[in-house]
Design a protein around this ligand. Sequence first.
Ligand code: 1PW
Length: 205
Amino acid sequence: MADGENPLRKIAASFKDLAAAVNSQNPEVQVEVAPFSAACSHVSVLFGCLGIAFKFAEMDYVAKVDDLTKAANSIGTLKSLLDHDIERGSVRKAGSHSRNLLRVKRGLDMVRVLFEQILASEESSLKSPASVAYAQVFAPHHGWAIRKAVAAGMYALPTRARLLNKLNEDGESARIQMQIYISASAPVIQYIDQLFLSKELGIDW
Ligand code: 1PW
């Protein structure tokens, strides 16, 4: 990480803005694809700090966020992104914007649980926080081979201190930014779940 860059602050600030839109209580408010994908792209940096074993996860996440960024050129809101695929009958098709959105949402949720677990423990290893986050969010949707590969990758995670160092944070500053992300990402994640459910698309696929 280049000197002076604080990816954790970018993540926290961009999700705070998204959450403000979601929490505005105005039923007309729509989350737009462009700021959403921009916020998600800040999270890619974090995946990139998790070591070589998670390179594949990072590439998969980055490709899906890129797809959403491109979609933003022609589609305004997350809601119309789903409508676009519904009209084409392509919601669950591999590579569809809707399918990628659901996967990216899981990435955001995993980072949320990971941060919760990190804040709740004093351990120097990230193995247990990351394992809990993966088990809760992704494992139910992955086959045996991917689950085994991820479990192996858990042994190659950086230490907590090394991660904070890569992110240019000390313990206290990281704690604050992680807490902001935990609080701000929750309503955004719920909003996306609700979008899928309101159109009866399901979220368990
Ligand atoms: C941050 C703590 C460290 C734990 C990282 C765990 C990473 C979990 C994601 C692993 C995904 C890599 C393997 C790719 C799986 C794809 O088959 C799958 N993508 C996801 C994000 O589940 C489905 O993608 P598809 O078929 O819709 O292209």
